[in-house]
Design a binder for this molecule. Structure first.
Ligand code: SF4
Length: 212
């Protein structure tokens, strides 16, 4: 079965009713934080004009093709015998102050499994692992069911990679959430990523005058 929609814990909506003390964050913020903390600063503390990059446009095209392909497949490749597939579902967990939109959520009677589609020839990086672990935390909190693993579906290689969501990984996600909120509260520009190759195609490169 395939469904779309939003999942909220309690009576909260997909966009509101967060705990008042928590600065609302998106799962995407966690992914970006591990890629380069400054990206999160530019997105939250100093929102700047952004333009769509070639990479982003290609991502949207791939997403449409993957949806069609995935809908025709069985769940055997996930090693699951049964489950309901929900595409592009918003999940909101007010207790965490966290929300996010999943490419796919597989719901079985015992557990939930977030799936993220990625257009890349590389193996998943650490920021992708953090993103998937954050989705798992989100789903667990919102749906009150375990999310023991998450999947990255790599295209064009058509590889499916399972990420076991351990307690240690979840602790790391919570620590990242805390660091991001501290940065937002203090409004201090973080250090740039040490991986300077990332700066070459960065949509915010015009704002990082200390690098170029
Ligand atoms: S240009 Fe480099 S340091 Fe600046 S936000 Fe982009 S990736 Fe980070």
């Amino acid at each position: 079965m395939e469904l779309n929609g939003a999942i909220n814990s309690g009576s909260a909506t997909a966009t509101g009713n967060l705990s008042p003390d928590l600065i609302p964050l998106r799962v995407n913020d966690l992914k970006q934080w591990d890629y380069c903390p400054r990206v999160v600063f530019y997105n939250t503390v100093m929102p700047v004009a952004r333009k769509s990059t070639v990479k982003m446009e290609r991502g949207k095209e791939v997403e449409i093709k993957l949806d069609a392909l995935e809908a025709r497949r069985t769940l055997r490749r996930y090693r699951l015998s049964e489950g309901e597939r929900r595409f592009h579902v918003w999940v909101n967990a007010p207790a965490l102050g966290l929300s996010g939109k999943l490419d796919l959520l597989i719901v079985t009677p015992e557990a939930c499994y977030p799936v993220d589609f990625k257009y890349t020839r590389d193996r998943p990086r650490r920021n992708h692992v953090m993103q998937l672990a954050a989705y798992a935390l989100l789903v667990e909190d919102a749906m009150k069911v375990p999310a023991p693993a998450a999947f990255v579906y790599l295209t064009p290689s058509d590889q499916l990679i399972r990420i076991n969501v351990t307690e240690r990984l979840k602790e790391l996600v919570l620590a990242r959430i805390s660091s991001i909120r501290q940065m937002i509260r203090e409004e201090i520009l973080p250090e740039p990523t040490p991986v300077r190759a990332r700066c070459e195609e960065c949509e915010f490169r015009n704002y990082c005058g200390d690098i170029f």
